[in-house]
Unconditional design. Structure first.
Length: 290
């Protein structure tokens, strides 16, 4: 019996071990279909461990430990990024979770069904037309309900019932990937959460989001106690450092929009900007209260 799962789990998942499943999943993917991996003369022999690690944003050693079935503190965020990199189905993602950490993936933190219908083909086409700039749509509680291909390339976590704020505050790598997280990103994000909480005081999803983020870090609670409100970050200059850019810092301008037909959706486009130092200002973004 595996210490991460019981005999019933083994029966449910079949006889394949985690290493067997992972090797099978990566070998079925043609690397020539992935722009970041495509190279002249490369044959379709599946993904290497190095390829998978690069796509998932981890070291080759870290991924190799998982493929060797070595127990470690694998996070849900890592497993979701791995699921995206390996293009796993819902059932395969479930099997990965059960084999790796002995439990199924959690359900979405907050329901998004009530706004999912508003993410229609026209809005998706608008997102797609923003390429090569990454773009996403979230609901009022920052659940991701739509994105374009460049956004998924930059942020693979978006593929699995993701929440933008939960990633930013609860995923360890966010503090590395969002450059100057504690000064540029986190205060603005918390100010936006406070603003939406004031606008929607009875919204259960926002209450849960606030509770979970504040429970995770005393540093974040201290920021929250400043009682700053930020309506949006439209026009703000930020810097990011992502595996997609091989660790190179990239400056982006945040463009924030709302569809006129719905006040429950927000659309964000990240536009690469000439390499310039952050000004520390957010034009038309802040609204502070005592």
């Amino acid at each position: 019996m595996d210490s991460r799962g019981g005999q019933d789990d083994d029966d449910e998942l079949g006889a394949e071990s985690l290493p067997e499943l992972l090797r099978s999943w990566r070998r079925r993917i043609d690397p020539r279909t992935i722009p970041r991996l495509a190279a002249p003369g490369r044959r379709s022999s599946g993904l290497t461990q190095h390829d998978v690690a690069r796509l998932a944003g981890v070291s080759e050693r870290w991924y190799g430990d998982l493929e060797r079935d070595k127990q470690a503190g694998y996070s849900a965020d890592f497993l979701d990024r791995l699921s995206s990199a390996l293009r796993l189905s819902r059932a395969e993602r479930h099997a990965l979770y059960m084999r790796a950490i002995g439990r199924p993936p959690a359900l979405a933190a907050v329901p998004v069904a009530d706004v999912a219908a508003e993410m229609d083909e026209l809005l998706q086409q608008f997102l797609d037309n923003q390429a090569p700039s990454p773009a996403l749509v979230t609901d009022v509680a920052w659940n991701v309900v739509g994105y374009n291909a460049p956004f998924l390339d930059w942020f693979p976590w978006a593929a699995h019932q993701a929440n933008q704020m939960r990633w930013a505050f609860l995923s360890p790598e966010a503090r590395e990937q969002l450059v100057n997280w504690e000064h540029d990103w986190a205060p603005s994000y918390l100010g936006q959460i406070r603003y939406e909480r004031a606008r929607h005081p009875k919204n259960k999803a926002l209450r849960c989001l606030e509770r979970d983020i504040l429970a995770a870090s005393s540093e974040v609670r201290d920021m929250w106690d400043r009682r700053e409100m930020v309506e949006h970050a439209d026009g703000a200059l930020r810097r990011i450092r992502l595996p997609h850019h091989r660790g190179r810092e990239v400056a982006v301008r945040l463009v924030g929009l709302r569809p006129m037909r719905s006040d429950r959706l927000r659309l964000i486009v990240l536009m690469e900007s000439p390499d310039e130092p952050p000004s520390g200002n957010q034009p038309n973004a802040s609204r502070r209260v005592p």
